[in-house]
Design a protein around this ligand. Structure first.
Ligand code: HEM
Length: 124
């Protein structure tokens, strides 16, 4: 698996979704979900593209177990975070359930960044 390419391709896919969402918001004059649009673009595109570039330019950084842990925790965490943010802002479920779930997912994203940091510390 080419970690850098995976981050870059997934980032571009998220950008496609994020921009489409932005165009829909503008056309419909419906801005309640603007934070979802922003986080699709920022977590999905900006961060993943940065990760893809970092793994491309630092030799050996992508070959470690920590890099795989970073990739998978980030993919799972970022996706669930966006789904939960959408659900919360659309009032699709009880906030008492979605709120704590969001907390768990945020920790998953945070742990992925801890793996990234340790990997950078050891290899960069
Ligand atoms: C085709 C491209 C895009 C369109 C049509 C678009 C559209 C929009 C719209 C309609 C809003 C809501 C404005 C309002 O609340 O008054 C918005 C907010 C925002 N957008 Fe975009 N956007 C685009 C690209 C991007 C990109 C590439 C990023 C970041 C990488 C981004 C980040 C944000 C942020 C941070 C906000 C503020 C969210 C908030 O207020 O909670 N947008 N965008």
């Amino acid at each position: 698996m080419n970690l850098s390419k995976s981050f870059l391709i997934l980032g571009a896919l998220y950008l496609l979704v994020g921009l489409s969402f932005g165009i829909y918001m503008g056309a419909a004059q419906e801005f309640d979900l603007a934070p979802v649009h922003a986080h699709i673009n920022l977590l999905g595109f900006t961060l993943m593209t940065l990760f893809g570039i970092v793994y491309r330019i630092i030799p050996g950084l992508a070959d470690t177990m920590l890099a795989k842990v970073h990739f998978w925790l980030f993919q799972i965490g970022a996706f669930l975070l966006l789904v939960l943010l959408f659900a919360l802002l659309s009032h699709m479920g009880p906030e008492a359930t979605l709120g704590p779930l969001m907390g768990v997912v945020e920790v998953v994203v945070l742990l992925s960044i801890v793996a990234f940091l340790i990997n950078l510390w050891q290899r960069a």
